[in-house]
Design a protein around this ligand. Structure first.
Ligand SMILES: Nc1ncnc2c1ncn2[C@@H]1O[C@H](COP(=O)(O)OP(=O)(O)O)[C@@H](O)[C@H]1O
Ligand SMILES: [Mg+2]
Length: 283
């Protein structure tokens, strides 16, 4: 008798208006690996999540406005990758402070909790929410724009979110942002992302190109993963770095929840993901 093919759901969001190019590549590679994979919307009440051998969180990019509901959903799914504990830790950028305490070079950040008076930097700076994704509500300000920045902080506080203030690392305009992608606990590939907060806002895919990380960026990314408060290797992880003032990379984000893995920028990446999913469902 032929054993049943494992069944896997890739969790996405409804009505994004566009799809992540990762999805088609992942579905094809999973099919080739003998896995029956379908897309499913995370907040669709009709999806029988418990019927899947694994639910893989992918393009759930609308969770930031409903953080609590998203974590409730994640806690309710019996077999989820990355697991609930990882998502609970990673969907709030306060995790950057944990990484910093563990010795990871992290971008300088001021945390303005609701009620804290705003203070800014005497150089171009960024205000963004602690629960955020896709550059939403992230904005760059000049040192003279403290009035507008304070209003931005007040809006984030009114929405119940901690505001983060960081120096704007201008090197991003030249060197871009380096993303380091890990699949199944192993380094897979790297991409460069164009600056998102500058004048030119390009189309989503135009902003990305394949670029291997420097040895230093790769070492920092590996170190960041090694100090995470979780034991087993993660199915997927993406560490985003910017070049700091002194020229050395600093971590901007550790994306362990719903990162684009930019699978189209490395010929082997879709197969790596499918193989890692196959290991996860058989384990
Ligand atoms: N401190 C910063 N200096 C320069 N660019 C920044 C800074 N913070 C954010 N950006 C830009 O804004 C984008 C979104 O910010 P990020 O921290 O990655 O939040 P998210 O991707 O979760 O929305 C980044 O990809 C980067 O281009
Ligand atoms: Mg980002």
């Amino acid at each position: 008798m032929v054993p049943d093919r494992p069944r896997v759901a890739l969790a996405t969001a409804a009505g994004l208006g566009f799809t992540d190019p990762d999805e088609a590549l992942a579905l094809t590679a999973l099919d080739q690996a003998g896995i029956e994979a379908t897309m499913a919307v995370w907040d669709d009440p009709g999806v029988p999540w418990g019927d899947f051998d694994l639910v893989v969180v992918r393009s759930t990019w609308d969770y930031t406005a409903r953080h609590g509901a998203f974590l409730e959903w994640a806690a309710s799914v019996p077999r989820l990758a990355n697991p609930f504990a990882v998502l609970a830790w990673n969907t709030d950028k306060h995790y950057l402070a944990d990484l910093e305490r563990a010795g990871v070079p992290v971008i300088e950040t001021r945390w303005l909790e609701p009620g804290d008076p705003p203070t800014f930097f005497d150089r171009p700076f960024v205000v963004k929410p602690a629960v955020g994704a896709g550059s939403r509500d992230a904005q760059r300000y000049e040192p003279g724009e403290t009035g507008a920045a304070a209003e931005h902080v007040a809006r984030l506080h009114a929405a119940g979110t901690t505001a983060m203030v960081q120096p704007y690392l201008e090197e991003v305009e030249r060197g871009g942002e380096q993303a380091v992608i890990f699949i199944g606990g192993h380094f897979s590939h790297g991409v460069r992302k164009e600056a998102m907060l500058g004048e030119a806002r390009l189309g989503r895919e135009e902003r990305i190109s394949a670029r291997a990380p420097s040895d230093q960026a790769l070492a920092i990314a590996r170190y960041a993963l090694s100090v995470l408060p979780f034991r087993s290797p993660l199915l997927y992880a993406r560490i985003d770095l910017l070049e700091g003032d002194g020229g050395a990379p600093v971590v901007l984000e550790a994306e362990l929840t719903e990162p684009s893995l930019f699978l189209s920028h490395d010929a082997q990446a879709p197969t790596r993901l499918a193989d890692a999913v196959a290991v996860a469902v058989s384990g």
